[in-house]
Design a protein around this ligand. Structure first.
Ligand code: UDP
Ligand code: MG
Length: 301
């Protein structure tokens, strides 16, 4: 079964066009399918529009959030409800062409766990193109997962991937990295992109700093989750050792010459390094304690 998960916030005008396009495409597939709309606290007529689609079509399931919880939470909820062994995600604003679903699934069936859309020719504002470009270059460099467009709304994945992603906050941008770190086979496929006709984009430039912070979180979690003391411990130990050597030298001078002389700055620097080093080691141990308490039973399939 194919589950199509669509997060929706204030896209009432786009929805009728989107559903027409989707049904036209899905008529051509032989597998059973379902379409899951997650209404992420829309304040326009989205709710009414979705209810009316759901009434007319038995393949459609609709979920309404009490308030706006964000695209990541909407996707996470859709994934938790999806019954398919293939899960496809799609934006509701018509920027993603539903026709591409077929190609993505074909590629998935070539033996991949996640196929990520690559908007080779983006139809967005210049600021958005530039910020996305920087985000993608930075993410590629830091994560080592070789893709061009990490945050494309169009993706196809196996049910296992959908169920094992633990999305929250704004982590939807990093789905390919989360999947790659769980050792799933990830690839990309160029897809068409269209201009937004109705409504407004919900992710403006003013929020892009969050992506940078999130990237650090994701890299930290995926590299060191389960063993944060290794990360903090290494740097803490290094700083403490350097500080110790500096102070040992000052002590040696004091003992042999009877005065520390002009070595006060060295003494202070040594003390500072040792204090910071011990703090880092302690933070690592506390982080270790926290992860050991919150560790989930299973992170693997
Ligand atoms: N969206 C959502 N919750 C939010 C913000 C966005 O469900 O808090 C949905 C939105 O309705 C759309 C998709 O996520 O279907 C992508 O949003 P948008 O088109 O605004 O992002 P952009 O394409 O401008 O990056
Ligand atoms: Mg969009």
């Amino acid at each position: 079964m194919i589950s199509i998960v669509i997060p929706v916030k204030n896209e009432a005008e786009s929805l009728p066009h989107l559903t027409d396009e989707l049904f036209a495409i899905l008529k051509t597939v032989r597998e059973p399918y379902e379409i899951l709309f997650v209404n992420d606290g829309s304040t326009d007529k989205t709710k009414i529009a979705l209810e009316s689609v759901a009434r007319k079509n038995k393949h459609v399931r609709v979920f309404h959030f009490r308030a706006n919880f964000g695209k990541s939470e909407a996707l996470a909820y859709g994934f938790s409800q999806a019954k398919g062994n293939v899960v496809v995600t799609l934006d509701a604003d018509l920027q993603d062409n539903p026709k591409e679903i077929i190609k993505l699934i074909e590629k998935l069936n070539d033996g991949y766990d996640l196929v990520v859309g690559w908007r080779k020719e983006r139809k967005d504002s210049v600021e958005k193109k530039i910020s996305s470009y920087l985000f993608n270059v930075g993410t590629r460099f830091l994560s080592g997962v070789p893709l061009h467009d990490y945050n494309c709304g169009l993706k196809a994945m196996t049910g296992n991937v959908a169920k094992s992603l633990n999305l929250h906050g704004e982590l939807h941008r990093f789905i390919p990295i989360l999947a790659a770190k769980l050792k799933y086979k990830v690839t990309e496929l160029p897809v068409a992109h269209r201009k937004r006709k109705f409504g407004k984009s919900k992710f403006g430039l003013g929020r892009s700093w969050r992506a940078v912070i999130d990237l650090l979180t994701v890299l930290f979690l995926t590299h060191y989750e389960g063993k944060p003391a290794h990360f903090f411990g290494l740097y803490g130990f290094l700083l403490t050792s350097i500080g110790f050597v500096m102070n040992a030298y000052v002590t040696y001078i004091r003992v042999t010459t009877g005065s520390v002389g002009h070595h006060i700055p060295l003494l202070l620097a040594g003390i500072l390094l040792m204090v910071i080093g011990v703090q880092l080691i302690s933070v690592g141990l506390i982080a270790e304690l926290v992860t050991s308490m919150s560790r989930k039973k299973q992170d693997y399939v």
